[in-house]
Design a protein around this ligand. Structure first.
Ligand code: UTP
Length: 303
């Protein structure tokens, strides 16, 4: 069996929900307290045994390449000043092989993944989306990417991560029609549907940003017509793949932080800050005081 060694991080979207911040800055470089969101993804990949990562970039993504490059001047300066703690932070993701490719036009997630065809070759691989940070306040949890790899080692099949979401939110996601009850959180899937209206959704199990795919997905993506939003949708290609080889869904039960959404980003920042050794106490005191002030300003009405 081929080992899963490669990951693809699509990061070529326009990031319109964070304009104007993303006009010149890659969305993936926005920090949660002091760490760019893409670094959390790279760390999850490392913890899952991934050896090579391809980042699919677009315009304004230069900063991502610079972030993962070594910065001799900075490192020299920190060493000279004896700032070893900071040096360690700057060094955290060295040791992983990162590669970059451009997606010339943002034609959709399916097209972004297709750019990885030559990099991946004939091996199973994972796709990791930077908008979804998993279990970042619970470092002891088994990374979701690792869970998918464990599934692959048993089934040798593509496996897509899903999570139960509120019914009214399903139209923002790809959704699965599961076959049966699933076994220990692993489902066979009848169909994968991109962004269904709530009344048409086959379940509330939504695709979240981790996919383990077999390389047969590329031949499908090459001829995939645009779907929802006139974009080449990865979900549509996965639905086609499922017709010729089994594709499973793994239900994630940990904490998912949606940092592609403004409010999700703010909540993540607060949760992460509450665990960050340098700011957790101040943050907690601040939130308690703020909570009291808000309560006084707008007392809760009793039913
Ligand atoms: P989104 O749908 O969240 O789009 O893409 P976006 O551009 O990142 O953000 P908004 O909605 O405009 O604010 C999901 C993932 O797919 C990547 C994005 O970078 C993101 O990681 N993507 C999307 C591409 O790499 N290329 C595309 O053509 C589209």
């Amino acid at each position: 069996m081929t080992k899963v060694r490669k990951a693809v991080i699509p990061a070529a979207g326009l990031g319109t929900r964070f304009l104007p911040a993303t006009k010149a800055l890659a969305k993936e470089m926005l920090p949660i307290v002091d760490k760019p969101t893409i670094q959390f993804i790279v760390e999850e990949a490392l913890k899952s045994g991934i050896e090579d990562i391809l980042v699919v970039t677009g315009k304004s993504k230069r900063s991502i390449e610079d972030h993962f490059d070594s910065n001799f001047e900075l490192e020299y300066n920190l060493k000279e000043k004896g700032k070893h703690d900071l040096l360690k932070l700057v060094d955290e993701t060295t040791g992983i092989r990162l590669h970059f490719i451009r997606q010339s036009h943002p034609r959709g997630l399916g097209d972004a993944v297709l750019q990885a065809k030559a990099f991946v070759g004939n091996e199973p691989f994972v796709v990791m989306l930077g908008d979804d940070l998993m279990d970042i306040t619970n470092p002891k949890a088994t990374p979701l990417t690792k869970q998918l790899i464990n599934d692959y080692e048993k089934t040798h099949a593509s496996t897509i991560a899903v999570m139960e979401v509120p019914h009214e939110d399903v139209s923002s996601y790809g959704v699965i029609a599961p076959q049966g009850e699933g076994e220990h959180g692993l489902y066979s899937v009848e169909t994968f549907v991109e962004k269904p209206a709530p009344e048409d959704a086959p379940s509330d199990l939504a695709i979240i940003g981790r996919y383990l795919l077999t390389p047969e997905i590329f031949a499908i993506l090459e001829t995939q017509e645009p779907g929802a939003g006139n974009e080449i949708q990865l979900t549509d290609a996965i639905d086609t793949l499922n017709k010729t080889q089994r594709v499973f869904a793994r239900q994630f039960t940990g904490d998912r932080y949606d940092v592609g959404d403004k409010f999700g980003f703010l909540k993540t920042t607060i949760d992460y800050a509450l665990q960050h050794p340098q700011v957790k106490n101040e943050m907690k005191d601040y939130l308690i005081t703020l909570g009291k002030e808000l309560e006084q300003a707008e007392p809760k009405t009793k039913d």
